[in-house]
Design a protein around this ligand. Sequence first.
Ligand code: F6R
Length: 242
Amino acid sequence: MKIIVTDSYEEMSAIGAEVILQTVREKPNCTLGLATGTTPLGMYRILIQAFQSGRISFRRVKTVNLDEYVGLRADNENSYAYFMCNRLFQNIDIDLQNTHIPDGSVSDLSAECERYTKLLQSMPRDVQVLGLGSDGHIGFNEPGAPFDGHTHITALDQRTVQDNARLFRDISEVPSCAVTMGIADIMQAKRILMLANGKNKAEAVWGMVRGEVTEAVPASVLQRHPDVIAVFDRESAAMLSE
Ligand code: F6R
């Protein structure tokens, strides 16, 4: 695992963006696995600037997202489909037909999980972007999620509901379940780009990098991946130097 500790969120975002830009330059028709949440926002802003200044085109890039809340349609502003459109896709030249996000609003969720697992198998990712839950989750694979799991429905841990409540008007509006890529799906990516910032991630960062590899800390599975670039700010990396 290559670990880069940065002085700031901005620096973390710039290094993350460079990994993505380099991938797209080398392989214009690459497949990117993308994450939502607050962490990658700075990186997405840099990708948008790179496109707007004519330094890169995403015209042939394909994307698959990690997860989506159950019960929210793409036009709901709290859905991850809405987030991706708003924060990235509509600001670059990507073909929306090439972007994929699990649909948490369908009635047959198990068919949706099967469809998404198959889709992932047909779209090997060159880079998978990950954020880190304060409880160690990746995607919405909460503590205890099996390492050999594929796309599935998961109940969100109370801690995740609390962490994500900041983005909703009220905690009662946070969906209790999500559709998520499984850990086995995540591990299929050729390269993993993990970003984390802030002191509330410090414990999870330690568990991911130094802790025992255990399903109790989903991100610890990344110790078994051959090509992980982990970019942390100082606060989130604080426990690594203790
Ligand atoms: C988002 C996702 C989650 C987040 C994690 C961190 O698609 O899969 O695992 O990456 O919850 O969220 P933030 O970045 O908001 O702290």
